[in-house]
Design a protein around this ligand. Sequence first.
Ligand code: ADP
Ligand code: MG
Length: 292
Amino acid sequence: ATPMSIMVATGRGAQAGVLIRDAEALERFAKVDVLIVDKTGTLTEGKPTLTDIIASEGMDETELLSLVASLERGSEHPLAEAIVAGAEDRGASLSEAMDFEAVTGKGVSGTVQGRRVALGNRAMMSDLGIDPGGLAVTAEKLQGEGRTAMFVAVDGKAAGLVAVADRVKETTPAAIRALHEAGLRIVMATGDSRRTAEAVARDLGIDEVRADVSPEDKGALVEELRAQGLKVAMAGDGVNDAPALAAADVGIAMGTGADVAVESAGITLVKGDLTGIVRARTLAQATMANIR
Ligand code: ADP
Ligand code: MG
């Protein structure tokens, strides 16, 4: 494409809130076959709300909520914000956490009121050598409803579950339909559990789901598809998506997400709205068609 046609396309994109880094990003995006999308914050609002608190025997719900919310004050994850807000709404009293540690894509741990508290997914519990026992069945039921269930451990033992629900963005279903019509295959990649991911994917008609993936796994998925000769775009919003955004032929960041995601991307959707991807695709293909 001529420098002029590229300038026109990037200018039109910018007006629509689609920032295209350079000619290369535009040219590559015209040829993309597969779009990998992150779930939380990309397909969904990323503003989950606390829906369930389930305490194991010997633990009460208010105490459980106080412990986990005190811990989550140290985290910037959308799940953490939901838990803190939900605890405040329910009048739980929060205290200082010590030795706070966040494990990307897994969860958080620390000491609250002299007790060791950990909160996160199955992988987080496995890493700590904790068996969730009967809580696993309850978690599966919640996940089947599209909720994200997190296991809580206190002093090395399974102590309960908290769950949050995150609404699909209003613009997502139409954007997915349009991307399908544009001939793209759509793969969801998420650190969330298989059941939760499938419940969301089913409603949206997503072609393939990769669940329980770590940030490195997201990068490896990009490499796997590229090795099949496919041109791959990856859309994500989080720190956990940065490796995959950088590995993709075209990385697409939500402007509403983490700075590191934006820095790793060739295309940025200012409003964090997936409809922008459809726009970018149309612009890219129109620009490339002009030179043939
Ligand atoms: P996604 O890929 O959907 O954006 P992440 O990779 O950020 O999700 O997180 C994967 C999973 O790890 C979450 O579904 C949750 O179970 C757990 N997790 C991550 N961070 C936290 C946190 N701060 N508190 C509780 N659980 C967390
Ligand atoms: Mg995310």
